[in-house]
Design a protein around this ligand. Structure first.
Ligand SMILES: [Zn+2]
Length: 483
């Protein structure tokens, strides 16, 4: 019997917070069992030859929407499979009651077990969930969701207030299926999450994620853009302008200050939004604030995103915003980069229907490739920093570190082996998602995973997925520093 189930030989390890190390890795029973200068090839059941390649920890795509627009299990299967292409081995998906997803409301103690059942056996990556607390009844479930179900993070949508009446809703008055979904509800939710974060502090971080856009400003600007009869992504950006993100961030941070609630400011799309996040952190060093951006906000402009297929909330902006977001990555202000993957079909996006087209699209297959191509090659972002924003930081901030998010003995054997020089232009087929289009089409990407390995098993090799969907549900927060 071989000493190791799998050995990765002759690669350069990219170790978060540490740097590049030339070493071999030995895997036993799904975990990293040895890291050393040289492990003999004959000690391996399976050998991965990584000469000239970089060995990253598997990416943790911490912002995902499995099942938002398509049948849940089917979406989990096709989309988590596509994530392997981008070196993703763990994904954390948002779920909420209300319109979309399972199209129902009620207590999570009834609905969440259904979500887990629909998930079982359908994920190619390990997975976990953030739950949006939509109703007064669900507020009472926060403690139980952590203790019983291992849900370590929650969500609030700042722009849903009044959405039932908004012209942006295509479905009348049943969007949230909630009563008082407003800042009062948010305050009560923050109290709960804050208390839970203190209670579980020894096990890992518990936090509240926020989609920051202000509904009153959106209403006014949508009306203005409509009156002017404007269309296209630039009009959409003006209808939901950076000012609306900024106002919403200020409101959220004020309530976080009052409740001492740890928060994640999601998908910051603009200079104004990131500046507001950075300022909040400087003004409140006592608060725990995580800043996130997405692949598309780092890459696409209103001109390049392919028209209506690039509709997403918050909207795609301009080149100046992109440059500022990359600065935020280089100087360490941005903590995590995610895909915000939400698979839909091209027919859901109609060029002549700006307001009726579905927002969102997929991009998880591009997580490491985009960061390496646009970040490392074009802007000199260090590879180690990329391993932090794509893997180690999301793992830490969502209660998974150090089981996920690093290369260390004892950690799960999740890897993305990356050829920094492999170059390919993006098209929908390459991403292997069920989505029949991509706003990233035509972008030349340099740096692709050649192997994606989950708990010691090669899931994807040379763009081919041959493994079964063996992803496991991750209860969070995992216990830190046991023993
Ligand atoms: Zn999202």
């Amino acid at each position: 019997m071989s000493r190791f189930d799998l050995v990765i030989k002759n690669g350069t390890l990219v170790i978060p917070y540490t740097g590049l190390v030339q070493a071999d890795v030995g895997v036993k029973d799904g975990r990293i069992a040895a890291i050393g200068e040289s492990i003999a090839a004959n000690e391996a059941e399976t050998l991965v030859q990584a000469r000239g390649k970089m060995v990253f920890p598997g990416a943790v795509d911490s912002h995902y929407h499995v099942g938002i627009y398509r049948p849940f299990s089917k979406d989990a299967e096709s989309e988590s499979r596509s994530s392997l292409v981008g070196g993703v081995t763990t994904l954390l998906s948002y779920f909420r009651t209300g319109h979309h997803y399972l199209d129902k409301s009620g207590p999570y103690r009834e609905i969440f077990p259904q979500v887990l059942e629909l998930s079982e056996g359908h994920f190619y990556t390990d997975y976990g969930f953030h739950l949006a607390i939509m109703t007064a009844e669900q507020l009472l479930e926060v403690d139980d969701l952590i203790d019983t179900f291992g849900v370590g993070s929650f969500k609030f949508y700042m722009f849903y207030k009044g959405l039932n009446l908004s012209a942006d809703s295509t479905r009348g008055n049943d969007y949230t299926m909630a009563d008082n979904y407003d800042l009062g509800h948010l305050y009560l939710l923050m109290e709960r999450v804050s208390a839970a974060s203190r209670k579980h502090a020894d096990k890992g971080r518990i936090a509240l994620s926020l989609h920051c856009e202000n509904p009153e400003l959106i209403r006014v600007f949508i009306e203005r853009v409509k009156r002017e009869g404007r269309r296209g992504l630039e009009a959409y950006s003006e209808a939901r302008p950076p000012l609306s993100e900024r106002l919403s961030i200020v409101e959220a941070v004020l309530l976080a200050e009052a409740t001492r609630c740890p928060i994640n400011l999601l998908h910051l799309s603009s200079r104004q939004a990131l500046e507001a996040g950075i300022r909040s952190r400087r003004e409140h060093p006592e608060l725990d604030i995580v800043l996130e951006t997405t692949l598309h906000h780092l890459t696409l402009t209103c001109e390049t995103a392919g028209g209506m297929i690039g509709k997403v909330n918050p909207p795609i902006r301009g080149q100046e915003d992109i440059n500022y977001l990359w600065e935020g990555i280089a100087n360490g202000e941005i903590d995590t980069v995610v895909s915000d993957h939400a698979c839909c079909m091209e027919e859901d996006k109609r060029e002549d229907d700006l307001w009726g087209s579905l927002p969102g699209f997929g991009g998880s297959s591009l997580l490491y490739p985009t960061l390496i191509s646009e970040g490392f090659h074009k802007r000199n972002v260090p590879l180690t920093r990329i391993s932090e924003i794509a893997s180690a930081n999301p793992a830490r901030h969502f209660g998974l570190f150090p089981r996920k998010g690093t290369l260390a003995v004892g950690a799960d054997a999740d890897f993305a082996v990356i050829d920094l020089h492999q170059t390919q232009a993006v098209n929908a087929d390459l991403l292997q998602s069920a989505q029949d289009f991509t706003p990233f089409a035509g972008i030349k990407i340099k740096g692709w995973p050649t192997e994606t390995i989950l708990r010691g098993e090669i899931m994807m090799k040379d763009a081919k997925v041959t493994a079964k969907p063996r992803g496991r549900y991750l209860r969070r927060p995992i216990e830190l520093h046991k023993g």
